[in-house]
Each structure stands twice: as C-alpha cells, then as structure tokens.
Ligand binder design. Structure first.
Ligand code: UDP
Length: 313
C-alpha cells in the first residue's frame, strides 16, 4: 500500500486528513512541530500500526527513511492572531518548509499537494473569486506574512513542476470549520462558540457586514482526496459557496447555543480584513465532480457538540 507524509498532522485539517488516509488503507507518516497543533487531535491514531509520528519543524531539513509516495503539506499557523504572534515561523514554513518538502518529493519520486489559501486573493476586487484572479494583497500588512508565504509557495511549487517535472497539486482553501479547531485560535467560529457557551458577548468585528463562506471539514477532506488522485497541477479552489455576513453568522450561533446570557458586542475591524469572500468552485466541480454536501446547519451542530466538550462554562 502507498505511504503518505502529512505535515501539520496534529492541526485541525491535518488531523482529519490523517484519519481519512488511514481509513483508505495508506501508511501515514504524520509530522508536526506542535506550535499550533495539538497531539490530542491524533492521539487516537498512535496505537494504529499504519501510523507513525515525527515531532519536527519542516522549515529545517526534512528526513524520512523509506519510501514516500505522496506528501500533503498542511503545516502552517493559519489564523490571523497566530501570524501576529509568529510572523517569522509563518513565513518560514510556507517558503523554506515548502522548499524542503519539494526537495523530499523529488528524491522520493513522490507526488506532493500543498495547502494554499483564499488569502492569495487578499481583499478581493473580484467576486466570487475564481482561480484566474491574481488577488489584491498588501505584502506588508499583518496578513502579509501568511499571504505572501502562500503565494511564494504556489510559485515554487509550479517551478518544481515545470522545471523538474515533479507531480504537484495546489489547493486554495477557503474558510473551513469543524471539530478540532483550536478554541483560542482567534478565528471567528471558535471565538463565537466559546463566547456563546460561556454566556459572554460575541465579538463581532466592525459592523459585521463583511462576508465569509464556511465549508465543513469533511467536505474539504473529500475534495483534497480527489485532487491528490487527479492529474491537474494548477491551483484549485475549495470551499463552500454559501456566503453569509459575520453578523448573520453570530446570530446562527446564538440561536444554536441558546444561552440567554450570550449577546453581540462590536469590536474594531482588524487592519486588512477582507470585506467579502466566496469561492467560485466551478473548476473543482467539473474536474473532480466535487461539491460540498454538508449544509451549515448540520455542520454547526456537529461542531457545537465538539465545542461543548472542550469549553469550560
Ligand atoms: N471576526 C469577528 N469576531 C471574532 C473573530 C473574527 O467578527 O472574534 C471576523 C473577522 O474580522 C473576519 C471574519 O470574522 O471578518 C473571519 O475571521 P477569521 O479570523 O475566522 O478568518 P479570516 O477569514 O479573516 O481569515
């Protein structure tokens, strides 16, 4: 059976990918430096004989003995407050880390899929965003360390593909949610669930009119699985096109949690916060016959079950 290396294995999306590839019968090598990942996300995999784990920072030379057939590069801080706390690590994992993994893919003759992001579109001037849009990114703003690292990641991945003939895949991931998101990662869904469960104010930034489109993690994992096994090397958007304002999102969470003490409060809008974001997924639909299946109501219920367990009231 094939052997796959998954970086960022202890993170939110990485851990779900580990589960999926174990289920599909692969030998899975997880790798994480645990600066934002949490071993609790993959603890259940350690007894599995097809799972092994390396505690390693992929920004440094990566060595894995034995054959590797596939690599999924999902290591990176991934929320705006993480970039502020760890700007250099964020830049390094997207640039040096990607370079190391491309080098590893080359010596192992492996196919590599890298996790890119809707952030490559910045604060978009086109709506919805399709893969041909070049983006509107501030390179020196607070998000620049992530956005530019991911843009560099796409460039070097295409260079290895074109120059070395490496088999590469690029997924541009839009806002994704589900169990195993870090409670304190500052992103909107963990923040709102934690605040609603504790009966606090839900911190809507700005007037809440900015939009996002939220994709349930199982749908994303299915798309990534199909993309990896496809033969398409250019970037592919993945996300759920169902778009809502952040204020509507706060209302949905208030209704679901139904804590009479919870309410909405307004905080200042962070610098360079994109005003709207919605993926155009027609490419993924036609290429991979993929589209999201879980609607927000069901996805939020599943996610609420998880947050109820981890948030101390
Ligand atoms: N946001 C908010 N309150 C919070 C956290 C985030 O209103 O406590 C807003 C944020 O300003 C942004 C949206 O929710 O417009 C999504 O933010 P997140 O950090 O989850 O991810 P982004 O899509 O901005 O990378």
């Amino acid at each position: 059976m094939a052997r796959i290396l998954i970086t960022g294995a202890a993170g939110f999306i990485g851990s779900h990918l580990c589960d999926r590839f174990i289920k599909e019968g692969y030998d899975v090598v997880g790798m994480d430096n645990l600066i934002t990942g949490d071993l609790a996300n993959i603890e259940h995999l350690f007894p599995h004989k097809r799972f092994e784990f390396y505690h390693h920072d992929v920004s440094k030379f990566v060595h894995v003995p034995g054959d590797i057939n596939y690599i999924l590069h999902f290591a990176s801080p991934a929320s705006p407050i993480d970039y502020l706390k760890m700007p250099i690590q964020t830049l390094k994992v997207g640039s040096l880390g990607t370079h190391n993994l491309l080098g590893l893919a080359k010596v192992k003759n492996a196919r590599i899929l890298v996790a890119s992001t809707s952030e490559v579109y910045g604060d978009p001037l086109e709506h919805p965003q399709n893969e041909n849009y070049w983006g509107n990114v501030n390179p020196i703003g607070p998000r620049g360390v992530y956005d530019e690292a991911k843009r560099f990641q796409e460039a070097i991945t295409m260079a290895y593909h074109n120059f070395h003939g490496l088999e590469t895949r690029i997924v541009r991931i839009f806002n994704t949610y589900g169990p195993r998101m870090r409670q304190e990662d500052g992103r909107v869904l963990p923040a709102f669930f934690s605040q609603a469960i504790r009966g606090e104010g839900l911190t809507v930034f700005g007037n809440g009119s900015q939009t996002r489109s939220f994709c349930y993690v199982d749908d994303l994992v299915e798309g990534i699985y199909r993309l990896l096994l496809s033969d398409y090397a250019l970037p592919v958007n993945m996300g759920n096109p169902s778009e809502i304002t952040i204020l509507q999102f706060a209302d949905e969470i208030l209704k679901l949690v139904n804590n009479p003490k919870a309410h909405i409060i307004y905080n200042p809008l962070p610098i360079d916060d994109p005003k709207q974001r919605q993926p155009d997924i027609s490419l993924a639909k036609s290429l991979l016959d993929w589209s999201p299946k879980v609607d927000r109501e069901d996805g939020l219920k599943e996610t609420y079950t998880y947050f109820k367990k981890i948030v101390a009231n």
